[in-house]
Design a protein around this ligand. Structure first.
Ligand code: TMP
Ligand code: ASP
Length: 236
């Protein structure tokens, strides 16, 4: 599989076309941004970790019945994926209070919920990804009701699988953001699942092993990504 043309460059990834109109190649960068691109930096080795971690978890999710865009990992940083039309919704699931939830609700971080929450943001950088609900999404025609229902079902299923899996690595899955796409009329999980898009805390020490170390200038950013990767045991 060969890259043809650069189709799109985002904050953390580049996307290339291939000979096959149904296949794209995603290339993960070490670039990191936060606060809608206001803060910029580099997390050395992040691209390879996020690529390999996403593929590893997407395979587990596929095995549990969640369809994904994954076709094949090509190398450390690059993966062939199905060309989907991204549904412009950021789907956020939370198991514990943290981040914008904690701020908005005037709560400390790390309080466990009796059941997970789900929220949507409209994926639109110019508007700063505003918080919306299902009815806004329908009114804005971002997706059909059937699609939103499928996305909601899959999102909670992703949470179940990931929560259990990370627990086996002594990691608490605090919250995460996922995105979905349409592929020949079907909703499939797309984008990535990585320390960029999840809050991952060590279960015993509550040490943050995710991008909050970069967002909040906590130091040891690369170490945190490496630690998650090490616990995944992908290299055997
Ligand atoms: P939040 O608490 O800032 O709303 O973030 C919730 C989760 O979503 C957290 O795991 C980080 C992730 N996230 C992204 O992946 N991309 C983003 O642009 C933002 C704001 C959050
Ligand atoms: N990726 C987002 C950005 O650059 C925000 C974040 O992950 O905090 O702005």
């Amino acid at each position: 599989m060969e890259k043809k043309e650069l189709l799109y460059e985002g904050k953390a990834k580049k996307v290339f076309t291939t000979e096959d109109p149904d296949v794209l190649i995603v290339s993960y960068k070490d670039d990191a941004t936060a606060f809608n691109g206001l803060k910029k930096g580099t997390i050395v080795g992040k691209g390879a970790i996020n690529n390999r971690m996403t593929n590893y978890i997407f395979k587990k999710l596929e095995a549990k019945g969640v369809p994904t865009h994954l076709i094949e990992e090509l190398n450390d940083r690059e993966t062939a994926v199905k060309k989907v039309e991204i549904v412009p919704l950021e789907v956020i699931i939370r198991n514990f209070s943290a981040g914008s939830f904690a701020k908005k609700m005037g709560m400390e971080e790390g309080v466990k919920f009796s059941r997970p929450t789900l929220e949507f943001s409209y994926k639109n950088d110019d508007l700063g990804d505003p918080f919306i609900n299902k009815y806004y999404a329908l009114a804005l025609e971002l997706a059909t009701e059937e699609e939103i229902d499928a996305i909601t079902r899959y999102a909670f299923q992703v949470n179940e699988v990931m929560q259990e899996y990370f627990a086996s690595l002594n990691i608490e899955l605090i919250d995460f953001k996922i995105e979905f796409g349409r592929y020949h009329g079907q909703i499939v999980l797309a984008d990535e699942v990585s320390p960029d898009t999840c809050r991952l805390w060590d279960k015993d020490t509550h040490e943050k092993l995710d991008k909050d170390r970069f967002r909040r200038d906590l130091g040891n950013v690369e170490d945190a990504y490496q630690e998650v990767f090490r616990r995944l045991g992908i290299d055997g």
